[in-house]
Design a protein around this ligand. Structure first.
Ligand SMILES: [Mg+2]
Length: 273
């Protein structure tokens, strides 16, 4: 469907993806011009702006900081990362659980701020795995042992690989889903993947912010995370066409990946607000 056949004035909660939607990615935080224009138009209206990102390498605070520098202002409470979603998931089941985290620091910060006990020593209740380009064999081996001893296994988002910069090196890096696959293979335990396209994450974000899914809209570049998760949650979905080389691969199972609205530029949405 084109933007023109949709009236968007009833949408009170606008949830944005970050990488390849608002900015190129968190390691190249250059804003997209069309995204800035839509954002500025929305700021003049009586709507709530929020972020739902699968990035788990940075904390919510760090993502908020990067967006602010790129020109996207919003309250920090409206920024939801995969790390924060995983922390909330664990906290809701076992507050203060002992968690061993593979990650680059962002998820650790989100876990600590949710009151979880982040530790490198047994006993471990949850092993949570995010993208980590400095991960050691020892950490992977320890995580595997803890899962064998009964720890639950959580995957913080589900990318197979993603483009980024690490220690100054531009490259494609294997993602958390691939690291978790090693632990799954070694233990026979299947991980719970917390991040888009899990519909519960979208529904939870809408609920926490005090809205109904019918008055919410999600905007992203990725049919298999943003669109699949949004659609299954009952939220209106917008797919913005970006460089296909920058679209991160996620497993969307049999979820519907057809967007309600398909645009080449986010500016196209402005006249239907
Ligand atoms: Mg994206």
């Amino acid at each position: 469907m084109r933007a023109g056949s949709m009236n968007l004035s009833g949408k009170k909660l606008w949830i944005f993806d970050v990488d390849n939607t608002l900015i190129l990615d968190v390691e190249h935080p250059n804003p997209f011009d069309d995204a800035l224009k839509l954002w500025n138009a929305l700021e003049k209206r009586d709507v709530t702006l929020a972020i739902l990102t699968n990035v788990g390498r940075l904390s919510g605070r760090q993502v908020h900081e990067a967006l602010k520098k790129a020109g996207f202002n919003l309250p920090i409470e409206n920024v939801y990362t995969a790390g924060a979603a995983a922390a909330a998931y664990i906290h809701n089941r076992s507050s203060g659980a002992r968690c061993f985290i593979i990650g680059e620091g962002g998820a650790q910060e989100d876990f600590v701020s949710h009151g979880l006990d982040v530790t490198n020593n047994p006993p471990i209740d949850y092993v949570a795995v995010g993208a980590d380009r400095g991960m050691t064999f020892q950490e992977l081996n320890f995580a595997t042992k803890m899962v064998n001893q009964g720890a639950r296994l959580i995957c913080i988002s589900g990318s197979r690989d993603y483009p980024g910069v690490y220690l100054g090196q531009e490259d494609i890096y294997i993602g958390e889903r691939s690291i978790v696959a090693a632990i799954e293979h070694a233990t026979g335990v299947e991980a719970i993947v917390v991040g888009k396209p899990l519909p519960e994450i979208v529904i939870e974000t809408v609920k926490i912010l005090g809205f109904d899914t019918s008055e919410s809209i999600i905007i992203g570049d990725n049919p298999r995370s943003d669109v699949a998760g949004g659609k299954a949650a009952g939220v209106t979905t917008v797919l913005v066409q970006r460089d296909p080389d920058n679209i991160v691969d996620f497993d969307s199972g049999d979820l519907d990946t057809t967007p309600d609205i398909d645009v080449t530029s986010l500016e196209e949405l402005i006249e239907y607000l």
